[in-house]
Design a protein around this ligand. Structure first.
Ligand code: FES
Ligand SMILES: [Fe+2]
Length: 413
């Protein structure tokens, strides 16, 4: 007898199990997820060094929306909807560029960098340019990192959102950094499968031989995907960690780690952990790959991981940092957008080689792309049933509960 005679998909979610199929596959669920994320979260989109001069801009896709991130003449950063106030054309057609003003390619309405309409031909005498400025969304900048929020009214407080990361990232001179490399890993999987994969290191041993050659094995068991990712594993490592932590605290370098539970708005976490194996930074051979970005002036062998929310992540090492944006593009499609930061005055080809900086995470993310796409293919099958989590997947169990709470708030069952 076929075991598939049971119901094809169990619509109920059970704590400690992967999500029911429709939550990973359905277009309606995806649309609801995207709306909830865009309005309730601050989304990490890039580093401000990408728009170093007034008039520099880039465009960002959030679902079907296109947002222009632009620096104005007073150096303020704006986030405008890429929608002309005349008859709605896209204004910026390139992914990035530099302009003196924003001019619509359709009928040439022209806007200031800050969004005011400054020129429109042959309009009625009572036409109000002031009433036709570009629509904006919320923008926040912290440590040079640009975040946006698409809530139609007030956004959640940005200061509150980033408050606990201030001490974590204080030693890293990220404001004085620049993007050394960038890569997008288009992944044929729902955004929640991508996030879940990032929230557990149960797969590290079978899937990531290179990553495992860089990081301490017991650390990965205890904290592989950050604080709270393992439940009661790696007890012997905790002693090693406690000794290292107290030394680092004495040196004034170790802030407290934190890990939010499901009842929080952003499901944030952060920790500074030693890489291990005598490695001073997170590179293939554990040796420096760029000049220092830390204020304490030495390669300290630690990495600070910051989960601002499940789709906005930063890893900071002594000599480079890595930003991750898990950008949901469709029910079965997520762009993993990654940028690598180095010191602003570091010289490419002299002080650093972008390929060397990118190497470890490029290998790791290509492996992640493969395993996550395999995961989606199986989850889309009639044979998929939610499966139980291991003790090394604690963070995903919490993510499922966080997601269910956020999801239920939106009125979808
Ligand atoms: S739609 Fe932009 S100027 Fe007409
Ligand atoms: Fe992975």
């Amino acid at each position: 007898m076929s075991t598939l005679e049971r119901p094809l998909s169990n619509p109920e979610w059970h704590n400690g199990f992967s999500l029911p199929q429709h939550l990973y596959c359905d277009a309606d669920v995806f649309a609801s997820d995207l709306d909830t994320l865009a309005k309730n979260q601050w989304l990490l989109v890039d580093h401000e060094s990408r728009i170093a001069r007034p008039g520099d801009y880039f465009t960002v896709e959030v679902g079907t929306e296109s947002i222009i991130i632009i620096r104005d003449k007073s150096n303020a950063i704006h986030a405008h909807y890429n929608v002309c106030r005349h008859r709605g054309s896209r204004i910026c057609l390139e992914q990035q560029g530099s302009v003196r003003a924003l001019s619509c390619p359709y009928h040439a309405w022209t806007y200031e960098l800050s969004g005011e309409l400054k020129f429109a031909r042959h309009m009625a005498p009572d036409f109000s340019p002031q009433a036709h400025r570009l629509n904006s969304c919320h923008v926040g900048v912290f440590a040079g990192l640009i975040f946006i929020n698409l809530a139609p009214g007030n956004a959640p407080s940005f200061d509150t959102f980033i408050a606990r990361f201030r001490p974590m990232l204080a030693p890293y001179c990220l404001t004085d950094s620049k993007v050394a490399a960038r890569q997008v890993f288009p992944t044929h999987a729902n955004w929640k499968l991508v996030v879940e994969n990032f929230f557990e290191c149960y797969h590290c041993k079978p899937a990531h031989p290179t990553y495992c050659s860089v990081h301490d094995e017991m650390k990965m068991l205890a904290f592989g995907a950050g604080p709270g990712s393992s439940d009661g594993l790696g007890a012997s490592y905790l002693e090693t960690f406690a000794a290292w932590e107290s030394m680092e605290k004495e040196a004034g370098r170790q802030p407290d780690m934190f890990s939010d539970g499901p009842d929080t708005p952003y499901f944030q976490s952060a920790a500074r952990l030693p890489i291990g194996k005598g490695h001073v930074t997170e590179s293939l051979d554990g040796k420096p790959v760029a000049p220092l970005i830390v204020s304490h002036g030495e390669y300290d062998g630690a990495q600070t991981g910051c989960v601002f929310n499940p789709i906005s992540v930063l890893l900071a090492n002594s000599d480079h940092a890595i930003g991750f944006r898990f950008n949901p593009r469709g029910p079965l499609s997520t762009d993993v957008e990654v940028f690598w930061l180095v010191a602003r005055d570091a010289v490419e080809g002299v002080d650093y080689d972008p390929q060397q900086i990118k190497a470890l995470w490029t290998i790791t993310l290509l492996e992640d792309k493969t395993i996550t796409e395999n995961n989606q293919a199986g989850v889309s099958s009639i044979a998929y049933r939610p499966g139980p989590y291991s003790a090394q997947e604690n963070k995903i169990a919490e993510f499922g509960a966080w997601y269910q709470r956020l999801f239920a708030q939106c009125g979808h069952e």
